[in-house]
Design a protein around this ligand. Structure first.
Ligand SMILES: C[S@@+](CC[C@H](N)C(=O)[O-])C[C@H]1O[C@@H](n2cnc3c(N)ncnc32)[C@H](O)[C@@H]1O
Length: 279
C-alpha cells in the first residue's frame, strides 16, 4: 500500500493523512527504526526514560506512543498510558506486550485534544512524535493540562546538529539515503520522505527549548545525542497555570478515538492498579 506524500503544509490540514501514513508503515515501523538508526534507537529511548526520574507508582503518559517501545521499556512499578492517533500502531504495541505476557494500556487519541482529564499524570514522555504535531504550541498546552503541577515532561526527538559538517552529512543521509533504504525494504519510501521533510522542517533544540518555556514548562534543559542528530528536552510543569487547553468533551473525540475508547479508557483506569504487569 502506498502512503501519501505529505508536505508540512499538507500536514497542517490532514490528521487523517498522517494516520493513514502511519497505518501504512506500522507493520515495518520497528524494523525500519532499527535499520535507519543502525541499532541505536532503543538506547536513545532508554536515555530519555532515565531523565524521567519517577517514583514508583507514577502515572506516565507516553504520548505518540506508536508501537509502544518507550512504555514497554519502563521498569516495573510505573503506570504507563500510551496515547496515539493511529490504531494500527497501537495494535502492534498490543501484540508486542502480549508476547511478553502483558497488556498494553493504549488509548487512541489526538495530541491536540487529549482524551484525559486535567492534572492526571505524574510525568509524560514523547518519543519521535512531537515533530508530527501540526500545532506544536497547542500540543504542549495539552500536555501541560494533563500533567500535575511539578510533573516532568521529556521529549526525545530528531534535531539539527550544531556542527556544520555533521549538518551537511546528516542532510545528505536524510535526502539521499533514507527514502532509498525505505523503498528497498518495502517500507513506504513516501513515508520516509515525510520523515526527512519533517526533521528538516522542525525547530532546532534551542528554539524547541524556548517554545517549552513559553508553554509554561520550567527548568527546561536539553542535551544532544548521536552527534546532535537527536535531542532530549526536559522541563517541569509550572505550578501556576500556563496557556492551558481544556478537558475534553464527548463530542470532541474523532472516530478512531471513539472506536478504541471502550477498551482504552478501561485500560487507563486498570493501569493505575496493574502497572507492574505492563512494563
Ligand atoms: C515516529 S512515531 C513514534 C512512535 C514511538 N513513540 C517511538 O518511539 O517509536 C510517531 C507517532 O506519532 C503518532 N502521531 C502523529 N500525530 C499524532 C497526533 N496528533 N496525536 C497523537 N499521535 C500522533 C503517529 O501515529 C505515530 O505512531
Amino acid at each position: 500500500m502506498r502512503s501519501p506524500r505529505l508536505s508540512p503544509d499538507a500536514r497542517r490540514q490532514a490528521p487523517g493523512a498522517i494516520r493513514r501514513m502511519f497505518e501504512a508503515v506500522a507493520p515495518r515501523y520497528d524494523r525500519m527504526n532499527r535499520i535507519l538508526s543502525v541499532g541505536l534507537d532503543q538506547g536513545w529511548r532508554r536515555a530519555a526514560l532515565r531523565e524521567l526520574d519517577c517514583a514508583p507508582g507514577s502515572r506516565i503518559l507516553d504520548l505518540c506512543c506508536g508501537t509502544g517501545d518507550l512504555a514497554l521499556l519502563l521498569p516495573p512499578g510505573l503506570h504507563p498510558v500510551g496515547c496515539d492517533l493511529t490504531p494500527a500502531m497501537l495494535e502492534i504495541a498490543d501484540a508486542k506486550a502480549a508476547r511478553r505476557g502483558m497488556a498494553f494500556p493504549g488509548v487512541a487519541g489526538d495530541a491536540l485534544r487529549l482524551p484525559f482529564a486535567n492534572d492526571v499524570f505524574d510525568a509524560a514522555v514523547v518519543g519521535f512524535g512531537i515533530r508530527n504535531l501540526p500545532d506544536l504550541e497547542r500540543g504542549l498546552a495539552e500536555i501541560h493540562r494533563v500533567l500535575s503541577p511539578g510533573a516532568k515532561l521529556v521529549i526525545l526527538e530528531f534535531s539539527r546538529p550544531e556542527s556544520r559538517v555533521v549538518r551537511i552529512g546528516h542532510g545528505a543521509w536524510l535526502r539521499l539515503a533514507v527514502p532509498g533504504i525505505a523503498r528497498l525494504a518495502a517500507a513506504g519510501g513516501e513515508a520516509y520522505g515525510y520523515l526527512r521533510d519533517s526533521i528538516l522542517g522542525f525547530p532546532d533544540a534551542g528554539a524547541l527549548a524556548r517554545t517549552l518555556g513559553a508553554a509554561g514548562f520550567r527548568g527546561v534543559a536539553y542535551r544532544h545525542l548521536a552527534l546532535g542528530t537527536v535531542a532530549i528536552h526536559s522541563g517541569r510543569r509550572g505550578r501556576r497555570s500556563a496557556p492551558r487547553g481544556r478537558a475534553p468533551e464527548a463530542g470532541d473525540r474523532d472516530p478512531a478515538t471513539r472506536a478504541r475508547e471502550g477498551t482504552g479508557a478501561a485500560r487507563f483506569s486498570e493501569s493505575r492498579s496493574a502497572a507492574s504487569s505492563t512494563a
